[in-house]
Design a protein around this ligand. Structure first.
Ligand code: FAD
Ligand code: FES
Length: 278
């Protein structure tokens, strides 16, 4: 749907990052974790492309939609200047959401602003009747790239931080603490069930972030036989499947056939083993 929203607040949320709260009762009432909205940035000319931003939170009762965005260029810098009371036109919710994993333990893995859709997912999972245990693995180049860690902690999520320069959390890639957690969690699960095959359904991975991180997770999920869903980040034009500007080669069958998927409508979520990495 296309919705004319009202800016409720636009606050700094870390270095070079903003948290935008919009009065968007239509989109907020149907949004699912992992979906995004395509935002028309008010200060740009009306013919300018919309910018895709993940839904970081959606509150059905109040109709409030929260977006978290990093200032990287003309569009996001202009969006950073909208003020309470301004009107912002959005299209959404778009894309496939994360399926709700039926696992006892869920690892959420985010790189940079990739934590935004994971926050909505964590909140939704924790609100379900049989809520899983959730661990968040968040990585970035340095401390300012680590976003929302405290917000996840406040939800009761077990948060693990890694930075490549060691300025916050573990020194190195986010896959190091994840590997340790996977070893421990899978060992516990095997112990509990005493049946190796039964562990598969007990641990799941949901991730959003840069392609090298997603590829590393894809390999791990396939090697360990774990269900995983990876949210791809692509530059987008139409956002609704019409322009083919966001295509990704994916596996289409067991015989090694491949086809092109449109990330905006067939994704951005793809299960482990689906994406053909360049
Ligand atoms: C499904 C989806 C969800 C997204 N969710 C979020 C989110 O929650 N928060 C957030 O901050 N950003 C998110 N993004 C990325 C966001 O759309 C871009 O950062 C934004 O469109 C850049 O617009 P701009 O005009 O500021 O930058 P531009 O001037 O267009 O580009 C500035 C720089 O950013 C790079 N860039 C632009 N778009 C992307 C992209 N999609 N991925 C990687 N690099 C890009 C360009 O190559 C260039 O180097 C998402 C993208 C997609 C596809
Ligand atoms: S952005 Fe146009 S088809 Fe995906």
């Amino acid at each position: 749907m296309q919705e004319e929203t009202t800016v409720l607040s636009n606050e700094q949320a870390g270095v070079g990052c903003r948290r935008l709260r919009l009065g968007a009762p239509g989109v907020a009432s149907v949004a699912r974790p992992g979906q995004f909205v395509h935002v028309r940035v008010p200060a740009l000319d009306p013919g300018a492309m919309r910018r895709p931003i993940s839904i970081c939170d959606a509150d059905r009762a109040s109709g409030v939609l929260t977006l978290l965005f990093k200032l990287v260029g003309r569009g996001t810098e202009a969006l950073a200047r909208v003020a309470p009371g301004d009107r912002v036109d959005i299209l959404g919710p778009l894309g496939t959401g994360f399926p709700m994993p039926e696992a006892a333990d869920v690892a959420l893995v985010g790189g940079g602003y990739g934590v935004a859709p994971l926050y909505f997912l964590a909140k939704t999972l924790l609100g379900a009747p049989s809520a899983p245990r959730i661990a968040l693995f968040v990585g970035g180049r340095s401390a300012p790239d680590i976003l929302l860690a405290e917000d996840f902690s406040a939800l009761g999520v077990d948060v693990h931080v890694a930075t490549q320069d060691g300025s916050l959390g573990a020194h190195g890639l986010v896959t190091a603490p994840l590997d340790q957690w996977l070893n421990e969690t899978l060992a516990d699960a095997r112990h509990a069930t005493d049946a190796r095959h039964a562990t598969d359904a007990r641990v799941a991975i949901c991730a959003c972030g840069p392609a090298p991180m997603l590829r590393a997770l894809d390999e791990r999920a396939l090697r360990l036989g774990l269900p995983a869903w990876l949210s791809l980040d692509r530059r987008m034009a139409c956002g609704v499947g019409a322009c083919l500007g966001c295509v990704q080669r994916v596996r289409s069958g067991r015989g090694g056939e491949t086809t092109l998927a449109r990330v905006c409508v067939d994704g951005p979520m793809f299960p482990a083993g689906k994406i053909v990495w360049d």
